[in-house]
Write a protein that binds this ligand. Structure first.
Ligand SMILES: [Zn+2]
Length: 270
């Protein structure tokens, strides 16, 4: 059957959320926020528009924060960096400022306040980028690897071997796991988040080695090991330029691997 489409809007916090309403043969109200900043709701034909508006209103905080995140991600893409002195790079929640200087021999070190990059030709942006990216990759490997090693004993008693860690650029996810292959993949940008948020993502993925889905038992296990996981997740959701999860204060399912915001079929899409 054909879908009927219309555009509606609600106002929350002085901001207008414009959304596309698709009438479909569905039982639930489903809301999606896409990376291009579009918001859409699909709803059964019998549900009054006012009720759908109220539904969007209830989800407004999630929608607005998702939109802000997408905008931040777009603004903060790595290629936007110029690798010049004064630029900030976040590691475990701390901003480190880049200081570029001349040296015969190229080097890069960090003292916890600055990333000191010395190059023979400070105008060579490509070279500086390579060096900074390699430095950040080493940080990812070290930080993520350490956290994985710290948390792995929790699942070890279930017969789970320490997974292989992969690090990728992932625009829409913090982490994924392939339990059968024994692999956890984490987003490079997760390095920007505070350490306890990184721990949450790693533990979430480790939990999937025991419970592959986001079942009730999955969350019981996660909460048993990390009672404050929702607080950590909420902080992660608010991390500038970060990838999302659902709004922790809402009905979210807490999944760093998707933009799902809870409820069947409710996802903030990719
Ligand atoms: Zn998950």
């Amino acid at each position: 059957m054909a879908t009927r489409r219309m555009t509606r809007s609600v106002v929350e916090d002085g901001r207008t959320i414009v959304y596309r309403l698709d009438r479909k043969e569905v039982k639930n109200l489903n809301l999606r926020v896409r990376r291009d900043g579009s918001v859409s709701v699909s709803a059964g034909r019998g549900i009054p528009c006012e009720e759908i508006d109220r539904f969007v209103q209830r989800k407004a905080r999630f929608v607005l924060s998702a939109l802000d995140r997408f905008a931040g991600m777009a603004a903060g893409r790595p290629q936007a960096k110029k690798y010049v002195s004064g630029e900030s790079f976040f590691i475990q929640g701390h901003g480190l400022r880049l200081k570029v200087s001349w040296a015969e021999k190229a080097s890069i070190v960090s003292d916890g306040t600055f990333i000191r990059l010395a190059v023979k030709n400070p105008a060579d942006a490509a070279k500086k980028k390579r060096m900074v990216q390699a430095f950040l990759n080493r940080q990812c490997q070290a930080v993520f690897g350490e956290i994985l090693h710290e948390l792995h004993p929790l699942v070890e008693k279930y017969g789970v071997e320490e997974p292989v860690l992969r690090i990728r650029d992932m625009e829409t996810r913090w982490g994924t796991c392939q339990a059968r292959k024994g692999v956890i993949t984490l987003s490079r940008r997760l390095l920007e988040a505070p350490r306890h948020c990184i721990e949450y993502v790693v533990l979430h993925e480790l939990c999937h080695f025991i419970h592959p889905n986001h079942s009730k038992r999955f969350y019981e296990r996660l909460a048993a090991w990390m009672p404050d996981w929702k607080v950590r997740k909420r902080l992660l959701d608010g991390t500038p330029q970060g990838c999302p999860g659902p709004n922790g204060s809402g009905p979210g399912n807490g999944n760093p691997s998707s933009r799902s915001m809870g409820g069947r079929n409710q996802e903030a899409g990719r």
